[in-house]
Design a protein around this ligand. Sequence first.
Ligand SMILES: Cc1cc2nc3c(=O)[nH]c(=O)nc-3n(C[C@H](O)[C@H](O)[C@H](O)COP(=O)(O)OP(=O)(O)OC[C@H]3O[C@@H](n4cnc5c(N)ncnc54)[C@H](O)[C@@H]3O)c2cc1C
Length: 396
Amino acid sequence: MKHRIVVLGAGYAGTFSAGYLARQLHADDFEITVVNAEPDFVERLRLHQLAAGQDLRHRPLPEVFAGTGIRLRVARVTGVDTAHRAVTVTDGDGIDRLEYDTLLYTLGSTVADHGVPGVGAHAFHVAARPAALRLRAGLDELGTDGEVLVVGGNLTAIEAATEIAESRPGLRVSLVTRSELGGWLSTKGRRHLLRAFDRFGIAVHEHTTIQRVEQAAAFTADGTRFASDATVWAAGFAVHPIVAASGLAVETDGRITVDRQMRSVSHPNVYVAGDSAFVIAESGLPLPMSCASTAPTAKQATAAIIGDLTGRKIPAITMSYTGNHISLGRKDAIYQFVDRAGQTKPRPLRGRTAARVKSSILDGAAWALSHPNLGKPSHQYRSTTATAHSPELTTG
Ligand SMILES: Cc1cc2nc3c(=O)[nH]c(=O)nc-3n(C[C@H](O)[C@H](O)[C@H](O)COP(=O)(O)OP(=O)(O)OC[C@H]3O[C@@H](n4cnc5c(N)ncnc54)[C@H](O)[C@@H]3O)c2cc1C
């Protein structure tokens, strides 16, 4: 019987991991199944562009995984039963259970509503494609006249506000943040950011906390009202509620607690990568939920899976974070580097060059993830767990 590896999610971490495992592990010993709610690989980093009205390139997962031997299940994961090593999924045919021997959890994150009443019912967000498309439809309805209120002061809020302002110049865009807009940036980076907001005519309300969202307005605790025809909630990400119900050990922020090799500390046959994993970086700070964090976490998780199942030595992947790359519409951006201790470096890359660099990094990542067969080794590792095969490298 083959060892069943189930990968939950085909975003940045899941698509990379599934492709890498399929290249490295022998198909006679391992069966790899990927479950994803969407039929495409979605470039989540461009969802603010989709919401603003731009079309993204389609990358159908059946094409991405063609020739890899990976089984694709387009379905929504509704539960992980760690006690029985099974995952519950739903699709057009109803509810199903998929059993696993090894699980790789890469379902990413969703929008964090922070318990603020009305966010779910009245606000839009851009954390997933269906949500971004709903916002796009909402903006289409407004046409060339209306108020858009973006709530949040971090990367996604900045990117959403500037993208909407640039793509839909008739709309009046404002942003409300409970702290300082881009307060973590270097002096030059922040100056550049504020100039861009000024250029786009985006009104900024700092040190203001939204406590309630209604149909056409958002309110602070003291009753200050912000009129809004479309409220975009971009106040952070949170892991999916599936995790809390799974019995996996989690941190206070809900992310899954893992060991240095990305195994769940409570369920070592469950590995985690991407936004769902809580990892302390070399800087001593937790890795942020970011695409930049998916690469080391996915590399470490796949290395550990291969090591645990085939007896190979598990390398220690460096867990570092080099900075954030913030788009300000299509022609401007800030690439803010941080040092090894997580401190902001003084000279960020700015302007058109930063925008071009960001776009080519995103295109390069999506292209690489869409070609999992490239770099396929001529040897695959055999299992030391499910079968009596020897652990040594054999010709695949
Ligand atoms: C608008 C926007 C802009 C961003 N910009 C940047 C940026 O510039 N730089 C940066 O570093 N990070 C950025 N991020 C964050 C980045 O997108 C995430 O950190 C990254 O996508 C995390 O990768 P992941 O593989 O963990 O999750 P994802 O890429 O989100 O993949 C998760 C996958 O799981 C699927 N899924 C989720 N729930 C279910 C379910 N219940 N059942 C089945 N499938 C499911 C999803 O469809 C998706 O395919 C941005 C995010 C957003 C929303």
